[in-house]
Each structure stands twice: as C-alpha cells, then as structure tokens.
Design a protein around this ligand. Sequence first.
Ligand SMILES: [Zn+2]
Length: 350
Amino acid sequence: MTIINTEETIKLLTDLVSIPSPSGNTNEVITFVEKFFAELDIETKRNRKGGLIATIEGSDSSRHRMLTAHVDTLGAMVKEIKPSGRLKIDLIGGFKYNSIEGEYCQIETSSAKVYTGTILMHQTSVHVYKDAGKAERNQENIEIRIDEKVHTAEEVRALGIEVGDFVSFDPRVEVTPSGYVKSRHLDDKASVAILLQLIKQLKTEKITLPYTTHILISNNEEIGYGGNSNISPETVEYLAVDMGAMGDGQSTDEYTVSICAKDASGPYHYELRKHLVRLAEDNKIEYKLDLYPFYGSDASAAIRSGHDIVHGLIGPGIDSSHAFERTHKSSIENTAKLLYHYVQSNLVEQ
Ligand SMILES: [Zn+2]
C-alpha cells in the first residue's frame, strides 16, 4: 500500500497559497516551484508565458505523457484611483464581487512596493448608508480602502500606486484539527502541491516511469490559455489536475477524488476516463465521477488550440469554489493516490 505524505502536501499547499499570484503576476510563485524541482535535481524550463515545465525521462521516450496544474489564481487590478483616495478595481478571472467583499488585500506597485487594504462596499457603514445591505455588489460600489493616510488621488499616486497595479486577496489559510483546509486559491494550488509531492515521492522511491512525463505548472489557466502550449509532439495523454466542482446535483465532495466526465467544453476522452475509474477501483481509491456545468480546464484549452491528444481531468473536490474554498485532507490523499498509480500505468489503448 502506498504511503502518501499528506501532511507534507498540506504544508506545501499553505506555502503556495501564501504567495500572491493572480494571473499575469506569477513570477514569485513560479520561482518557488522552480526551486522545489531544483532541490530534487529535476530540470525545468520556463516558457515565454512564464509557466514552468519539468520533464522526467521514462523507459519509453517515444511516447509522452503530460500532467498539468495551475498556480495562477483569481485577483484584480487597479482600474481607477478615485478622487477620494479609494481604488476602483477590475477582476482577473471569473468570480463575483460579493465573494471578495470584506476581504483583506495587497496592492503591488510596478516597483514591487506592497501596500495592504480592505475590499469594501462604498456604502458599508450602516450608520450612514440606508441601502448598505441592498446596494449592488459591482464595480461601481466595490472599492479598496488603502491602509495609508490618503484622502486624494494625488496622495495615493505619491505612494507609487498606479492604474494597472496588481491586487491579490488574503488567502486566510487555516488547517483545522478535523482535517479541513480552508483557504482561497485551493483552486488550483491544492493540485500543484499534490503534483510536487508526487514527484518528490517518485524520486525518493527511485521509480522509473513507463513514459517520459512532463509536468506543466501553468500560470494562465484562470484566463483560459495556461496549458495550451509547450506540448511535445510525442505527447499522447494530457491530464489536467484541477479542482472538482461542488454544489446542488454534483456528486463531487471534499473527501474523494473527482473524475470529470464532461464539462462546458464537452466530454473528456472516454477511454482515459474509464482507465482512471479502473485504476481507482483496482487500488481502492475513493472517487466520484462527475460533470461540471460551467467549467473548462487547461486540458480542454489544449484540445481547443488544436493539439491531437487524449485529454482528461481529475482533482480534489473544492467547496464554494472561486470564493470561500475548503477541502479535506482525504480528498487530497485520494487525488494523490490516483495520480501515483496513473503515472505508472500504461497509456490507454487507442
Ligand atoms: Zn482551476
């Protein structure tokens, strides 16, 4: 029986979520991952988009496999400096303003100065605003209160803050004694942590993989094009490791690995999906088969951009995704186990 070091994965996960990395500003987190691979003596290269590719030679180098998870997260950008000294923001990625209302944030200037603030409704004080509860949570009403003595746009600019500066949200990561991980950006840093820990384990156990395997740490998934390039012509199978979506009618939960049969992009490769289910059953890994209604992955992005590959999607179940996310360590463990067996399995028969 495989021993998966889930505690180490969770430690890695808390490190990853604590590094701000909204899509478009991921250099720091990619550097962290690069160092992780370097310590394992695994060579990596960066693509021009800023993503990272690690390659592990396998017994068969004529046919390749690729696995991907993304380190970029939701975030925002300063759109306007208001005359009041508050900031108007534009969102990066797909989410609603109400999911960041009240959140602490960081504003990073182009000269890498960092200021803190809070994302608030303009009409927050119930002592002043009659419509505080009813006013729409939108770009007009949501603003950032900077933790500096600024009351005019000029004073804000004097800090070095400008239109185009990146805004990241406080992850507020917490691991509970009951085994839950509560944090923003579990999508998809939970999967990145799982993949990194898996590579470390394969290295420690001196396992030779059956096929040359590429690990793509993508940095533009939330905006749609992180994993659609740098796929070697030898690549046959391409597996995205990304969160399973939970909600009404969904079978995905916080305790099992979710295997996606279909999302908004259409069905995933049937044979690969069945292969993943078989691997889960043979190895007594708890899984759920599911469909995600409003979802696309780096694997479907790769298909759309014209790559002739067998594509699949699995990942840990994440509650309240793109908002107040939570998962349980057993979901992380089941996902890790399935990946451990998958990378050592044969390619699906065509
Ligand atoms: Zn994701």
